[in-house]
Design a protein around this ligand. Structure first.
Ligand SMILES: C[S@@+](CC[C@H](N)C(=O)[O-])C[C@H]1O[C@@H](n2cnc3c(N)ncnc32)[C@H](O)[C@@H]1O
Length: 398
């Protein structure tokens, strides 16, 4: 395969932004797309994004297979990766001439799981300790694959068939996901955000696992629902549709800019039952016993969505997990008094760690009287072909 030199030379630049300057891979890729508008075709963009994601995903394995002087050199890493993919690259001045034979042998011969699966040692140890070695390795391996592109159809605007048809007229093939009544899958990644169907609010992009969370809360029309960690509203919009746009959803978050984005998305989806407000203890205190349903889609380590965000491997620090566990408990504590008797609360994360999941729910039940655990579900990447998610539904029984 031949790829144009200007595209290749952008890869090490993107890697520097991700690894040295700390930007998220998806944002960096978006920026490169913007800079090259009108110059790169859709195949070029796809190649660039896949290469950057792949290198981030396999960074440790590629890097540690290079001769020492070339390690952590983004040009050498790019060159080695392109060699692995058997891509002809015109010689680029800044490239260093990695010894391909030496590299290939080292790449294929390591038997250290951390190197082969390309995760930092602390993540391997933590996952072994919390999930067991065998299951842990299955999970970590499954998260090294590329995430499929799932859409969630907005039933207020059309059916799955109508969305499929509209996408087809713009050259995009989508298929129905048999296990869901509102999900479509796109095998051949395309930019769906430019389609007419997206612009008119007929679907949102959302992982299949994430699509299971709003229905799990069992919302109904006319209820009063709080989505306490609403972010940009992926699940708020889903709740709104399940409630047929009737009743009230209060969506809170600590970041105003996310709520602004949520409002924009709600307009596109044509739902008007959502009120956004900055998360504020004073307001929460006034809501005592007022909510039929509460969704706590809490901030977490993200150790279930590495397929989608491979840079989490290198950016997450172990100390952060203990901080997050405290934050999650704080949010549970803050939310509990707002539920009505017989009301239901869902606690969810995109982590595969029991310390952020089952153990948090166990702690909640031990420290809060009158609550029952109705149901809990763990979606694991190697079993469900989704991202890793956890959800628990708790009911206030007295
Ligand atoms: C997992 S994300 C939510 C994703 C969102 N529910 C969705 O479906 O797109 C967690 C969110 O919690 C917010 N957050 C963090 N700490 C919070 C707190 N103490 N109270 C409320 N929200 C918080 C973060 O800003 C982030 O948007």
């Amino acid at each position: 395969m031949k790829v144009h030199k200007p595209i290749l030379s952008q890869i090490p630049i993107a890697l520097k932004s991700i690894f040295e300057d700390g930007y998220y891979a998806d944002k960096v890729i978006e920026r490169h797309f913007k800079m090259s508008r009108g110059k790169w075709g859709s195949r070029d963009r796809k190649f660039f994004a896949e290469s950057v994601y792949d290198i981030v995903r396999w960074y440790r394995r590629i890097n540690e297979s290079l001769p020492k002087p070339h390690q952590n050199d983004f040009s050498a890493i790019t060159e080695a990766y392109l060699g692995l993919k058997e891509i002809d690259y015109p010689s680029i001045e800044s490239f260093v001439g990695v010894n391909a034979q030496f590299f290939k042998e080292a790449y294929d011969s390591s038997n250290d799981f951390g190197v082969v699966a390309s995760y930092p040692d602390w993540i391997i140890e933590r996952v072994y300790k919390e999930c067991g070695k065998e299951k842990g390795e299955h999970i970590l391996n499954a998260m090294n694959t590329q995430a499929p592109l799932y859409l969630r159809v907005n039933p207020l605007k059309g059916t799955c068939e109508q969305v499929m048809q509209s996408l087809k007229s713009e050259g995009i093939d989508a298929q129905i996901v048999q296990t869901s009544d509102s999900a479509l899958i796109i095998q051949n990644r395309k930019n769906v955000f430019v389609t007419q169907a997206f612009k008119s609010g007929m679907f949102e992009v959302q992982d299949l696992g994430s699509q299971a969370i709003a229905p799990f809360l069992q919302p109904s029309p006319k209820q009063r629902v709080l989505d306490l960690c609403a972010g940009a509203g992926g699940k708020t919009l889903h709740l709104a549709q399940l409630m047929e746009n009737k009743g009230k959803i209060v969506a809170t978050d600590i970041h105003e800019r996310k709520l602004t984005e949520l409002k924009r998305r709600a307009r596109r989806n044509q739902v008007d039952l959502i009120e956004t407000r900055l998360a504020e203890n004073k307001w929460f205190k006034r809501q005592k016993g007022k909510m039929d349903r509460i969704l706590l889609d809490v901030p977490c380590s993200g150790l279930g969505v590495i397929k989608r965000n491979p840079d989490t491997k290198w950016k997450l620090q172990e100390d952060r997990i203990s901080e997050l566990i405290d934050i999650q408990r704080g949010i549970l504590k803050q939310a509990a008094p707002m539920i009505k008797p017989e009301g239901k609360l869902v606690y969810s994360t995109c982590s595969i760690l029991p310390s952020e999941n089952q153990e948090q729910v166990k702690w909640f039940l031990e420290t809060h009287e009158g609550w029952d655990l109705e149901e809990e579900v763990s979606l694991l990447p190697h079993e469900n072909n989704t991202d890793g998610f956890y959800m628990a539904r708790l009911k206030l029984v007295k």
